[in-house]
Ligand binder design. Structure first.
Ligand SMILES: *[C@@H]1O[C@H](CO)[C@@H](O)[C@H](O)[C@H]1NC(C)=O
Ligand SMILES: *[C@@H]1O[C@H](CO)[C@@H](O)[C@H](O)[C@H]1NC(C)=O
Length: 249
């Protein structure tokens, strides 16, 4: 079990909510299940998700991801349980914002303190020091905001709060929408054609506005290859148009 220590005591309990014909049960750090409330002998009972990882946002533990539940077509059911402040422990709400993805709200007094869900204080000291360095690197502009986010992610993975994405992980594939775009050669070819068309359109725009593009690069490279290097100053056309260097980027 990972995460804020004071929440670990929830791991020995389960909380349920009856809504219309279903009873939902949330067992923190274990699973979310759904049970049809009926006297039929074959009442449906299923798993909506099994404890997988934390949802971390804004430097805080925001919720619990329960994944790999009962199959739902080609995917499996999954549930995100958000933790919010409340007077007593209770499962307050269940909804299904998209097919087979469930959203639960769990209220508890354990998260009411403004620092109750902060990640940093919970980390082991060595990881805290690494985090300090990552923040410093961002301030010093040694890494980009994307690099910063990536390094924090791997830090959280190392701490056991997040699971490493595997290429085979269907939940991850769903998030990367272009992961499915090139399932066939045809779709790849089509995308290539579309992009080529777009490049032509943009080149047309450049020409229309009197800006050299590909030609500039060709000219300068042929000068390097074929002709003698200029002995004094840049080639004539570069001197004429001080804006030209932009187009070789
Ligand atoms: C869900 O977790 C609880 C608590 O560990 C366990 O008792 C129960 O059997 C689990 N349910 C399923 C369907 O795995
Ligand atoms: C992020 O956390 C800070 C401090 O904990 C809080 O004041 C702020 O409202 C949070 N922002 C969001 C978008 O949750």
């Amino acid at each position: 079990l990972t995460g804020p220590r004071h929440l670990l005591r929830l791991s020995s309990k389960c909380f349920s909510l009856v809504e219309s014909t279903y009873k939902y049960e949330f067992c923190p750090f274990h699973n979310v299940t759904q049970h049809e409330q009926t006297f039929r002998w074959n009442a449906y009972s299923g798993i909506l998700g099994i404890w997988h990882e934390w949802e971390i946002a804004n430097y805080s533990f925001m919720g619990m991801w329960m994944r790999d539940g009962d199959s739902c077509g080609s995917r499996s059911r999954q549930a995100k349980v958000e933790l919010t402040c409340g007077k007593r422990d209770r499962l307050a709400q269940v909804s299904e914002p998209s097919t087979c993805v469930y959203s639960l709200t769990f209220e508890t007094p354990l998260v009411c303190h403004p620092h109750a869900l902060l990640v940093y204080p919970v980390l082991p000291e060595t990881l805290q020091q690494r985090w300090d360095q990552v923040e410093q690197d961002l301030v010093d502009e040694l890494i980009t905001p994307q690099g910063h986010a990536k390094q924090l992610r791997s830090l959280f993975e190392e701490a056991g709060y997040l699971r490493a994405h595997k290429d085979s992980d269907p939940a991850w594939l769903e998030e990367v929408s272009w992961g499915q775009a090139f399932e066939t050669l045809e779709s790849c070819t089509q995308a290539y054609k579309d992009l080529s068309k777009e490049v032509k359109r943009l080149q047309g725009l450049l020409t229309q506005h009197g800006i050299c593009h590909t030609k500039a690069a060709e000219t300068s490279s042929s000068q390097h290859l074929g002709q003698e290097a200029p002995t004094h100053g840049p080639p004539a056309q570069l001197r004429r148009d001080p804006g030209l260097h932009r187009n070789t980027l």
